[in-house]
Design a protein around this ligand. Structure first.
Ligand code: AMP
Length: 118
């Protein structure tokens, strides 16, 4: 898997070609507010490396994927949702509703979240 993919919307955000409301960044990760928020806090955490789906995560990518959760934890604190609770979700392929094929961890909070999801 290449490190960039011109077709990936989120690669364009990483390149600065499409604007985003960035809330966190590190050497390996970028996080920004979802353009269509489903909760008072709805942040997407993405790896700088282009990985299309969870199915494409290689053994060498495990530290990167772990970094998405480390970022989510920090974002939850800065967003003030850590204590009450929040949800992290990563959809994989069509049946789960994945629409952008560059893996992203949804961080949702600021309201009570129903379970199971639809
Ligand atoms: P998924 O359906 O899991 O692939 O999630 C894709 C998410 O990307 C959706 O929640 C969209 O609202 C969000 N999204 C799409 N375009 C943008 C954008 N330009 N900036 C921020 N979020 C976006």
């Amino acid at each position: 898997m290449s490190d960039a993919n011109a077709d990936s919307l989120f690669c364009k955000i990483l390149a600065g070609d499409i604007p985003a409301d960035i809330v966190y960044e590190s050497e390996t990760v970028l996080a920004f507010r979802d353009i269509n928020p489903q909760a008072p806090t709805h942040v997407l955490v993405i790896p700088r490396k282009h990985i299309s789906t969870i199915n494409d995560v290689g053994v060498d990518d495990h530290v990167i994927v772990g970094g998405l959760y480390g970022a989510a934890r920090e974002i939850a604190v800065t967003e003030g949702i850590a204590a009450d609770g929040y949800r992290t979700v990563m959809n994989c392929n069509a049946a789960a509703g994945q629409t952008v094929f560059h893996i992203h961890l949804h961080v949702l909070g600021g309201r009570a979240l129903a379970w199971p999801p639809g």
